[in-house]
Design a protein around this ligand. Structure first.
Ligand SMILES: [Zn+2]
Length: 600
C-alpha cells in the first residue's frame, strides 16, 4: 500500500513517537520520585539446583499450545521456558536467586509476531524529509528547503514522498531541485519507491552524465533532455539505489539511529518478533544497521529478514543474495531467510493485477511483475534452496499466479523446507479460496484495512467487491491466516495487534455506526486470530519450534495484558493494553501506572 507512505510516516511520527518521547521524559522524572517493584525473592526448595532465573506465577496464561492450553505459572532459564503449569508445580524451580513476579491474575499470551512489516525502512525514513502525498508541488519544495536549512551539516538531503507526474509528464527536473539544495546532493524518492528526483550535485558526485547508459533500457532508465543529459527524474531501482549508496546519503549509522526510535516502540505494542518484508534493495545498508542495533542491545525483537525482488533483473541473483545475507548477518536475533516478491501494486492505484478489467476503466487490468513459467521456475528455485517465499499479491490474478507457482514448486521440490506465504490477499476469486489449504500456503493480511474499505468499491463493482478479505473461507479450507501491519505503509490502526484482531472478528470500523463489509460469514474467531499473531505467524517464519507458543524449550517471549480478551465485548478488544513484554526472558517493556496521562 505504498501510496500512503508519506501520510503514514507522518502519522507514525506524530502519534507514536511524540507520545513515546513524552512518556520517556516523564518516566525519567517519575523514576526519581518512585521506585516500583513487582518482583521479590523467595527461599528455595530442593530441585537439584535446577532453579529458574525467573518465574511468573498467579497468571491466567493462554499458552497457544493445544496440548496444554491453560496455565498459571512459567519458569525461565537462560532465556528459554523450562516449565509451564500450575503455581504449585513451579515452586520447585524457585531458588534463592530466582526473580519471582506475581501476575495478579493477569492474562498472558506468547509474544506477538508481526508477519509483514518494514520497521527498518521506517527507521530510515524517520531521518529523511517525508512529504505528504496530498500536498502541492509548491508545498513539497518548501518542506525540502526547510529540511535542508535545518540540517546544514548533513552530507546531503534525502527524502521521500513526491508523486512524480504532478510535475508534468516528464517528471521533476534537476534545476528545480538545485534551487532548493544547490551545493549538496539531494535525492527525493517518489511515494512508491519506483522513481526519484535528483539534483545536479547528486549526478555530479555519482558520475552520471549524458554518456551514462541506462542500466536496463526502457525500464530502469534516466529521463533525458533532447541533448541526452539526464533531466533529474530517474526511473526504477537500478537508477536510484546504487547511486544513493555511492553518494553516502543513507548510511547504516543513519538507519540505526532512526531504527532505535522505531524498535523502542515495538515491545509497547506486544511485539517480540517480526518479518521484515523488504528493504527496497537497500539490504546492504539495512542489515548492518540491524546488526549494530543488536550489538548495542537496542534490538527489541527477533527479525526474520528478506531480500526484496522488485525487478525481473533480480531473479537470477536473489537466492545468492539472501544466502549471502544469511551467512553474514544471521545471529541470535536476526535471521535472513525469505525472498519477498513484490508481484503487483495496489487497488487504489489500480496497479493490482486483475483477471477482468477494472470496472471503470475498460481494457485496464493492472500489472504483474513475474508470471507464468518465470514465476514458477523462480519459486521452485527458491524452494530447492529451502528459502521461504513471500509474495505480495493484492489482485485476484496475482493470487492465481502465486498459487500456480507454489503448486508447481510443490511438485518439483516435494521435500522443500521452505514456507510459502501470500501477503495481503485482498481480492480472491472463488476457485482459488481452497487452494491455500491444499497447497499449505499461508495467507498473510492486515484486517485493519477492512475498516477503511468502501462496501462497494467502484473500481471493482458491487459483485467483485464481495470477494475481498475472504479469510474465514481460506481458513476453512485448511490454511493458516497470519496478521501483520505493513508498517510504515499499513494505516493508522494496522500497527496495533489488537486493532487487527478486532477488525478480523467484526469486519467493520472501530466506532459503533460503521457498516460491516459484505460476507458476514468471513468473520474470524478470537482463538484463530491469536494464532495469527503467534503460532501460525511462527509457522510462516519457519520458527514454530522456537517461538509462537508457551512451551518448554521455546524462547520465553511473553506478553501480559491489561484485560482478558475472552471476557470482554468484541468491540472493546482494540482497547486492550500491553502491561509487560518479555523477550528471551528479559523484560523489554513495562507499562507505567501513569500511562493514562498520555492515553497509551
Ligand atoms: Zn509491505
Amino acid at each position: 500500500m505504498e501510496t500512503h507512505v508519506v501520510f503514514l510516516v507522518y502519522l507514525c511520527k506524530s502519534i507514536i513517537l511524540k507520545k513515546m518521547k513524552k512518556i520517556l521524559i516523564f518516566s525519567l522524572l517519575m523514576a526519581m520520585m518512585f521506585t516500583i517493584s513487582c518482583s521479590s525473592k523467595q527461599s528455595s526448595n530442593n530441585n537439584n539446583g535446577n532453579y529458574a532465573d525467573r518465574v511468573l506465577k498467579n497468571g491466567t496464561i493462554y499458552t497457544v499450545n493445544d496440548k496444554n492450553p491453560n496455565a498459571q505459572a512459567i519458569a525461565i532459564k537462560d532465556g528459554k521456558i523450562i516449565y509451564v503449569g500450575s503455581d504449585e508445580g513451579v515452586q520447585k524451580f524457585i531458588g534463592d536467586n530466582t526473580d519471582v513476579e506475581n501476575l495478579r491474575g493477569k492474562f498472558v499470551l506468547p509474544g506477538f509476531i508481526d508477519t509483514h512489516a518494514h520497521f527498518v525502512t521506517g527507521g530510515m525514513l524517520s531521518k529523511a524529509v517525508t512529504l505528504k502525498l496530498d500536498d502541492s508541488v509548491e508545498q513539497w519544495k518548501k518542506d525540502i528547503k526547510a529540511f535542508a536549512d535545518a540540517n546544514p551539516n548533513e552530507k546531503g538531503v534525502f527524502g521521500i514522498g513526491i508523486y512524480a507526474l504532478r510535475f508534468g509528464k516528464n517528471g521533476p527536473t534537476k534545476e528545480e531541485l538545485d534551487e532548493l539544495v544547490p551545493n549538496r546532493p539531494a535525492v527525493i524518492i517518489d511515494e512508491g519507491g519506483h522513481s526519484a528526483w535528483f539534483n545536479s550535485k547528486a549526478y555530479e558526485l555519482a558520475g552520471i552524465t549524458k554518456d551514462t547508459p541506462d542500466p536496463i533500457p526502457g525500464v530502469h532508465m534516466y529521463q533525458r533532455k533532447p541533448n541526452g543529459e539526464p533531466s533529474g527524474w530517474n526511473k526504477e531501482a537500478m537508477t536510484i539505489f546504487p547511486l544513493i549508496k555511492k553518494l553516502n546519503l543513507v548510511s547504516p549509522e543513519m538507519i540505526a539511529k532512526g531504527g532505535e526510535e522505531v524498535f523502542e516502540l515495538l515491545p509497547a505494542i506486544g511485539l517480540t518478533a517480526y518479518h521484515d518484508a523488504g528493504m527496497m534493495q537497500m539490504e546492504e545498508l539495512m542489515y548492518p544497521a540491524l546488526a549494530s542495533l543488536e550489538k548495542e542491545d537496542k534490538l527489541t525483537v527477533k527479525v526474520v529478514g528478506s531480500y526484496m525482488v522488485q525487478s525481473p533483473t533480480q531473479v537470477p541473483i536473489a537466492v545468492d543474495k539472501i544466502k549471502e545475507y544469511n551467512k553474514k548477518y544471521a545471529s541470535k536475533l536476526i535471521r535472513p531467510n525469505t525472498i519477498k516478491i513484490h508481484n503487483d501494486g495496489t487497488l487504489e492505484a489500480k496497479t493490482a493485477a486483475l483477471h477482468k478489467d477494472y470496472s471503470n476503466e475498460k481494457g485496464h487490468k493492472g500489472g504483474i511483475l513475474l508470471e507464468g513459467d518465470v514465476l514458477k521456475n523462480f519459486v521452485s528455485d527458491i524452494a530447492r534452496n529451502d528459502v521461504n517465499v513471500h509474495i505480495h499479491a493484492i489482485g485476484d490474478r496475482t493470487i492465481t499466479e502465486s498459487l500456480d507457482a507454489v503448486e508447481f514448486a510443490r511438485k518439483e521440490v516435494p521435500n522443500t523446507k521452505s514456507r510459502f506465504s501470500v501477503a495481503h490477499v485482498v481480492l480472491i476469486q472463488d476457485k482459488d479460496v481452497p487452494r491455500f489449504g491444499q497447497l499449505d500456503v499461508v495467507a498473510q493480511t492486515t484486517p485493519a484495512w477492512i475498516t477503511t474499505e468502501e462496501i462497494d468499491n467502484p473500481d471493482l463493482g458491487a459483485e467483485r467487491s464481495k470477494k475481498r478479505y475472504r479469510i474465514k473461507s481460506i481458513e476453512n479450507g485448511g490454511a493458516k491466516i497470519t496478521l501483520g501491519s505493513d508498517f510504515p505503509v499499513g494505516g493508522e490502526f494496522g500497527l496495533y495487534p489488537f486493532y487487527n484482531i478486532e477488525a478480523a472478528m467484526t469486519r467493520k470500523g472501530f466506532d459503533k455506526d460503521s457498516q460491516v463489509l459484505p460476507y458476514e460469514n468471513e468473520k474470524m474467531s478470537l482463538e484463530s486470530m491469536i494464532k495469527g499473531y503467534t503460532i501460525n505467524a511462527a509457522y510462516q517464519l519457519n520458527m514454530e519450534n522456537e517461538i509462537g507458543s508457551l512451551e518448554i524449550g521455546k524462547w520465553a517471549d511473553i506478553i501480559v495484558l491489561s484485560d482478558n480478551p475472552f471476557e470482554i465485548e468484541t468491540n472493546e478488544i482494540h482497547d486492550i493494553k500491553i502491561k509487560e513484554t518479555i523477550m528471551n526472558g528479559k523484560t523489554t517493556y513495562t507499562r507505567k501506572w501513569y500511562y493514562w496521562l498520555f492515553g497509551y
